[in-house]
Design a protein. Sequence first.
Lengths: 170, 132
Amino acid sequence: MAIRDLVRRKTGSTAPARKSDWFEDRITSLQREMNRLFDGFFRSWELAPFDQFERFALGDFAPRVNVSETEKEVIVSAELPGMDEKDINLELDENTLTIRGEKRSEHEEKGRHWHRVESSYGTFQRTIPLPAGIDTEKAKAQMKKGVLTVTLPKRPEEVAKRRTIEIKAE
Amino acid sequence: MSTVELERRAEATPEPHAQAGTRNTWLPYTDIVGADNEALIVVDMPGVDEKSANVVLERNVLTISGVSSFPAPDGCELVREEFPMGEFKREFEISAEFDTAQIKGQMKDGVLTVVLPKGEAAKPRKINIQTA
């Protein structure tokens, strides 16, 4: 169980404000821990076929992503608040998009001390599986308000392959 | 050392996805950094427009709230959604050592930084030793 889940970051009194808060916190962290154990168990046996978006533990953290799709393109958005585009590296091949980089804190000056750290810092990496037929040459990426958006157009022949099948009534 | 801390209601480590218990708002990840003359509350809110974020100080309680939305482009189907959506809110009790009249907020690259300068009385100062 993560230490931060157990430690109440409150200076002065260590007593919870209300008893129900205390109870709720414990239940929440227990539930989170159970989820993690289940995930780990199934993953280690490769029994989790539903989540092909596994967060690879190759960096210190993995950013959250949203993925949307149209007939013509796939759009991947990643939460990277406070990051400069120069510190982000994108790699694309036929089947995957890999976002990696390093997030450093702006506040690591002398004489500063951290009271609470919830944001993730350090190296990050996330590999997103892509559907077949992405035109890797035409991919574009943009950074706005801490969100990285990668637009991946599908190849025209791939778009043409899609057709609607008419259902005939007897 | 008493600083900004003391959050009310938002006690647990935020887990924006698991909307804990009956709470229907999510908690943005927050760092609190202290220095001699000021403290910073640094709140991650990627994708949130500064117009849809509010910082309100009422007596000694600073409330940071807003709404995050992820409008998928026209005709797009969202196939995976991990970004926390909807209303978010976090409250901080500000101790008396800070000059609440001078609080400033700035939004950059999806990060809101609230600067809390310390009042003159709370700043460390050197005391001259007089020779008799």
